[in-house]
Design a protein around this ligand. Structure first.
Ligand code: TMP
Length: 260
């Protein structure tokens, strides 16, 4: 098979040219970073789990009418998506205070917010993805007013849906990050949900115990990262009983088999 052309390598994913024009292949790596890549590591099997979890959530969001870039999962680590022009804004949706919000404003982690809070960060690694207001977005033309209206609307719908989805499996959705992209059709474009939704970009706390089931395990050196991601996948019904969940990526699988 002809070697695929790599378009971009990010911190947790690699993008390759897709089989048809206007398509892209997203490859999910095991690499994990935190604090703007100041902390680096690998979580063995994470890419496989995130591919599966993101596929599941994007499929469900598509079914409730949220437009997304997702087309189909291709294999354990790859999915086919529509090519979009990424809007350079990270959209953070918060239901409960945690992380940078708690730190910045001195609000105890775990405090329920009186209403859903949407924050915007300008996507620029060199600047550390700074928090910006809608005024900055309009002033610098990062997105139009119409696009921001659609983005905020979708973010709220996604949050409502995901709060219910996770509550149904005993998980409290604390906060999460979304990215959107422009899908062009001639001179016109519309914004659709892009990137991924996985425990890498969400805070997910077990409702009964408060245990963290997300990338904070890595950020805060809590250990048990892959087990936490597996638990999220298992509760979402993505890990059939009886499957050897320790064997999640092909490389590990091959190495393990050759050792046995
Ligand atoms: P924060 O509390 O560090 O601002 O993070 C809020 C949420 O956004 C949390 O669920 C993690 C997610 N997030 C990302 O996915 N990528 C990022 O670069 C940052 C800063 C946060």
């Amino acid at each position: 098979m002809a070697r695929r052309r790599q378009i971009y390598e990010g911190k947790a994913k690699i993008l390759y040219e897709g089989p048809e024009p206007g398509t892209i292949i997203q490859y999910f790596k095991d690499d994990a970073t935190a604090f703007n890549a100041q902390k680096k590591g690998t979580i063995s099997g994470k890419g496989v789990l995130n591919n599966r979890i993101s596929e599941h959530i994007f499929t469900l969001l598509g079914q409730i009418g949220v437009p997304t870039h997702f087309i189909r999962r291709l294999n354990m680590r790859e999915q086919l998506v529509r090519q979009v022009e990424i809007v350079p804004i990270e959209v953070v949706v918060r239901n409960v205070a945690a992380g940078s919000l708690s730190k910045k404003l001195g609000i105890e982690e775990g405090t329920q917010l009186p209403r859903t809070l949407i924050e915007y960060c300008y996507k620029d690694d060199a600047l550390g993805d700074p928090l910006v207001s809608e005024e900055h977005i309009a002033c610098f033309g990062w997105a139009s007013q119409d696009e921001m209206h659609d983005i905020a609307d979708m973010a709220i719908r996604i949050n409502d849906f995901m709060c219910g989805l996770f509550a149904g499996i005993g998980i409290r959705l604390i906060d999460f990050k979304l990215e959107f992209g422009r899908l062009w059709d001639g001179d016109y474009s519309r914004v659709i949900l892009a990137d991924e939704i996985s425990p890498d970009g969400c805070r997910l706390w077990d409702m009964a115990t408060g245990e963290k089931l997300d990338k904070d395990r890595f950020r805060r050196d809590l250990g048990g990262e892959v087990e936490a991601y597996q638990e999220v996948a298992r509760r979402l019904g993505l890990m059939p009983e009886g499957v050897d969940t320790t064997v999640l990526d092909l490389d590990t699988h091959r190495k393990k088999r050759s050792k046995d």
